[in-house]
Design a protein around this ligand. Sequence first.
Ligand SMILES: Cc1cc2nc3c(=O)[nH]c(=O)nc-3n(C[C@H](O)[C@H](O)[C@H](O)COP(=O)(O)OP(=O)(O)OC[C@H]3O[C@@H](n4cnc5c(N)ncnc54)[C@H](O)[C@@H]3O)c2cc1C
Length: 430
Amino acid sequence: MKIKIIGGGLAGCECAYQLLKRGYSVDLYEMRPSVGTPAHKTDKLCELVCSNSLKSTDVATSQGALKKEAKALDCFVLRVAETCAVPAGGALAVDRELFSEKVEQELFSMPNLNLIREECDEIDDWTVIAAGPLASQKLTDKIALLSGEEHLHFYDAVAPIVKKESIDMDHAFFAGRYGKGGEDYLNLPLDKEEYYAFVKELVSAERALLRDFEKGDVFEACMPVEVMAARGEDTLRFGPLRPVGLTDPATGRRPYAVVQLRKEDAAGNLYNLVGFQTNLKFGEQKRVFGMIPALKDAEFVRYGVMHRNTFINAPALLNDDFSLKKNGTVFFAGQISGVEGYMESIVGGLMCAINIDRKARGLEPILPPETTLTGSLMRYVSTPNPDFQPMHVSFALLPSIEGIRDKKKRKEEYGKRAVSDMERFVSENI
Ligand SMILES: Cc1cc2nc3c(=O)[nH]c(=O)nc-3n(C[C@H](O)[C@H](O)[C@H](O)COP(=O)(O)OP(=O)(O)OC[C@H]3O[C@@H](n4cnc5c(N)ncnc54)[C@H](O)[C@@H]3O)c2cc1C
């Protein structure tokens, strides 16, 4: 049986290997060099477009634990990366050229791979769309036809996400505006002095540089909170930080300004700062948003970003095996499916191949347990969410481990549990 994969990036190459290993024929389409992207520089498969680091290897971090899970799943791209490692402390960084070359060599050494150097925009049955954050225009036009334009996005404008347990609840209260929505919103009041001090720092904080190709479309669609604040010192108070319809139970009065937070995950462990799309540097986000009294010690699970990123509204469109609800033999893998990051995209390609194989053999799709980084991310991506934005792995997406006060030990426990549950899952299912 033949599977078509569109995109020879991280997800596409991993998916191809896993399918070849399971005896399938693969037509792998890669459009470079005849059609380029604004970020890729070579015609190589599996090109790392930016950093050469695949991040931490420490099991007490989500990225380290994810790598160990990936190893348990016999991840091909990770294995190659390890053979091209360059010293990087506790992280796995690679010689990027060698890395791409070795991926190509290994893939070509396998039977039944047909690499087609063409832009592809035909989505047939048994196709995997792994065209990444910079998928070609022709292809995205076709995806829009399949998914509906409203479910296809071309940029990330993400507000920061913080852990609930790190919010100082003495400076926060649950309430919906005018009594509507009850527990859905967590409100962080600011008094007059706090508000103007915050606005002053916000407008002067250091911003991240945008790449040339990102300057137009990202900003047109969504204004960063710091740009809005620069329009006038009261703009935010009449915009996303408006206090109307809210009474602070601590004072019995309407606050001067209010930052509203909304639940980000079903379990309510994560909250996002509504209306805080931002292009500030990460350190500046921590410093300036930390001036909001309730966020003084906030742990940011994800900082706000604004960048070019093609992705689909996965919760609306995909089954939890990443196949289309409309057509169960068309799959999405990698960043375009709503995950974010190198390792997340690789593991997305891997799980996609596992489920294609199962589906082709008439078996039910499988998901690793929710206690694993892989399983929790797959669930996050496929769980209904009106404000869906791409996500990377995080311990905060896992079911909580209670009773360990020491933060470092708790992280270690999350990591160890994830790896051991993945090992059990692999031995029982794969
Ligand atoms: C500018 C930029 C910087 C980034 N920096 C980082 C970083 O430092 N760390 C990190 O973890 N993540 C980073 N990311 C995210 C990163 O792109 C992804 O994590 C990862 O590359 C996604 O893998 P993928 O396989 O989904 O997509 P890609 O690796 O981009 O692969 C997709 C492939 O599909 C090909 N393609 C597209 N359309 C077609 C078509 N119609 N026909 C045939 N081929 C097609 C492309 O040429 C490409 O080779 C960055 C993204 C961008 C845009």
